[in-house]
Design a protein around this ligand. Structure first.
Ligand code: NIG
Ligand code: FE
Length: 432
């Protein structure tokens, strides 16, 4: 045990550890175990958890260490910070008019065809200076932090040429360096083809021969991602891009089966991708390929919601088939403009049939697995970063069920308070 415990948290009515005895993501029935400790405590030293469990267990574990500060959760719920493993958070402006157009009946692909959608965000990002893009994005992700998000993946993909993709990736790197959040960068030059007509035929070559080597050399991304979809990148193009990415040592991710099932999921599993994302239209073959594989299924319920669709990914079937499921917001200016992980978790429960514990583990520990961070974040256990949140609720199921308000009271990143709702104790119903 360390000589000093910098922070001792006591009095968690429910400590939701999300820990698992096994290696790798949670699947099947194990997904529904939130690792709940009644009357829980945490001890933190140098930003890391040194003990987590009942008050008695934690006090015994750190016996002899000097405790320099203590906080009492007074019966509230304490959980790991959310890990949001799929966002497009670096963009210029929202596309709220497209939200209305979709409600009126236009499809996502129709809006795309008339120059809206991703192409519109590309035009805007190209026109926006790097510092402004950074500042807008910084303010956005700090709002996510207020809701308890402590780790986030961010994709480029609104640049679609070397300069603008590199600009987005530099902004992503700065967000990691200049905010408290852990930021994982994904190069998504394969988000769309630039709308240059004949130039589009050469785009995959440009992506592979020019853009990818530049990103690799600059060390600006851990993963690459491809939007495998009708009218965007087909399966053969996706394969070429993934193979090239693998050659550069990037981890692989694929947006697959969102609007049409082309076979991107099966391809991604075959190539050892860390994750496939969306899966609203996943087929029985896709589920069979994912079942028991190492590739995570990242489901995005807030996207169906934002698209005003009634069609959600078949989460229940996937979980029952032993697919490793994670949840994310897909936060972006068009299809999923809500950055709220609690909202995504809530929609996963009410619209996809996930019980609250499954959704919470999928949005913390399994989400960490989807960005290769499972040894660092996503659960409350000794050795991991002390990223946790005190929620002003008595039962963790209030987080999805009482949707539409932020229940976070205090957010900790590596043992330090990074956000606190002023006066939460005076406003609180807990323990009254
Ligand atoms: O994950 N599906 C492709 N890409 C994004 C949409 C981004 C946008 O609409 O700007 C997504 O939903
Ligand atoms: Fe996406």
């Amino acid at each position: 045990m360390p000589e000093t415990v910098d922070l001792m948290l006591l009095g968690a009515g429910q400590l939701i550890t999300c820990r698992s005895g096994e290696k790798g993501p949670r699947r099947g029935r194990n997904l529904a175990d939130p690792g709940l400790v009644t009357g829980g405590a945490l001890a933190v030293s140098a930003g890391r958890i040194v003990a987590a469990g009942t008050e008695e267990e934690v006090k015994t574990a750190v016996k002899g260490s000097e405790v320099t500060s203590t906080i009492n959760a007074d019966g509230r719920v304490v959980m790991p910070g959310w890990v949001d493993p799929h966002t497009h958070a670096v963009f210029a402006g929202y596309r709220a008019d497209e939200y209305e157009a979709r409600i009126r009946g236009d499809s996502y692909l129709e809006i795309d065809k008339r120059g809206g959608g991703i192409k519109r965000s590309v035009r805007e990002v190209r026109e926006t200076g790097e510092d402004r893009l950074f500042e807008k994005s910084r303010r956005r992700i700090l709002k996510m932090l207020e809701q308890g998000v402590t780790t986030i993946e961010i994709k480029s993909g609104y640049g679609l040429d070397i300069e603008s993709e590199m600009k987005q990736l530099r902004v992503i790197a700065r967000l990691g360096a200049e905010t408290p959040l852990d930021v994982v960068a994904t190069f998504m030059g394969a988000h769309h083809k630039p709308s240059g007509g004949s130039d589009d035929d050469k785009y995959v070559d440009i992506l592979i021969d020019e853009m990818m080597p530049a990103v690799a050399e600059a060390g600006l991304a851990k993963y690459i991602d491809v939007f495998c979809e009708k009218g965007v990148f087909d399966v053969e193009e996706t394969r070429r891009i993934l193979e090239a990415g693998k050659g550069h040592g990037f981890g692989l991710k694929v947006h697959s089966d969102e609007i049409h099932a082309l076979g991107g999921t099966e391809l991604a599993v075959e190539m050892g991708a860390v994750s496939v994302e969306h899966l609203t239209k996943v087929t029985a073959t896709g589920i069979a390929a994912l079942a028991g594989s190492r590739t995570m299924a990242v489901l995005l319920p807030a996207t169906s919601f934002g698209l005003a669709s009634r069609h959600y990914a078949p989460a229940r079937e996937m979980i029952d088939s032993d697919v490793a499921v994670a949840l994310s917001t897909d936060f972006n200016p068009g299809s999923a403009p809500s950055h709220s992980m609690p909202l995504a978790v809530s929609i996963a429960c009410s619209q996809m049939g996930m019980v609250p514990a499954e959704a919470i583990v999928a949005a913390t520990f399994n989400a960490a697995c989807a960005v290769g961070m499972e040894d660092e974040v996503g659960s409350l256990e000794a050795g991991k970063k002390a990223d946790f949140v005190i929620y002003d609720v008595e039962d963790y199921r209030e987080i999805p069920s009482r949707a539409g308000e932020n229940h976070a009271a205090v957010v900790f990143k590596e043992g330090s308070v990074v956000w606190e709702l002023q006066g939460y104790r005076e406003r609180s119903e807990v323990g009254l």
